[in-house]
Design a protein around this ligand. Structure first.
Ligand code: FES
Length: 120
């Protein structure tokens, strides 16, 4: 099953002045890291209401636990960790990934966990 990574492309970290937003930079890095994956897809949105924790991403898949993560610096290191975690999320039946498998780069970035909606 596909896990979607939603990247807020309007996030701006402290110190941002002009040019590409930090969110746009992270989105580009996540897209590059996920290129060729059979299990992870990406999309961009404008604002997930976590602005104070920029940069923000959300991981979701139908019927699974969903997560929001924030306070990423935009770059390849964060992007690779996010995609690696998304691959593990895609492999998990429930969306839960054992802590021992978490890539170092996502530790400390989890903000919320949302449970899937009931089917009835
Ligand atoms: S601008 Fe990214 S969460 Fe609001």
């Amino acid at each position: 099953m596909t896990t979607w990574i939603t990247v807020c492309d309007t996030c701006k970290r402290d110190g941002w002045l002009v040019g590409d937003t930090d969110g746009e930079k992270l989105a580009a890095a996540v897209e590059a890291a996920a290129e060729g994956s059979d299990h992870v897809k990406t999309r961009r949105v404008s604002c997930t209401m976590g602005c104070v924790r920029a940069c923000n991403v959300t991981l979701q898949a139908e019927g699974k636990l969903a997560y929001t993560l924030g306070e990423f610096e935009p770059g390849a290191e964060a992007a690779e960790a996010i995609v690696e975690y998304a691959e593990l999320h895609a492999q998990s039946e429930t969306g839960q990934v054992p802590y021992r498998q978490w890539p170092q780069g996502v530790k400390g970035h989890f903000v919320t966990r949302m449970h899937p909606l009931p089917t009835e």
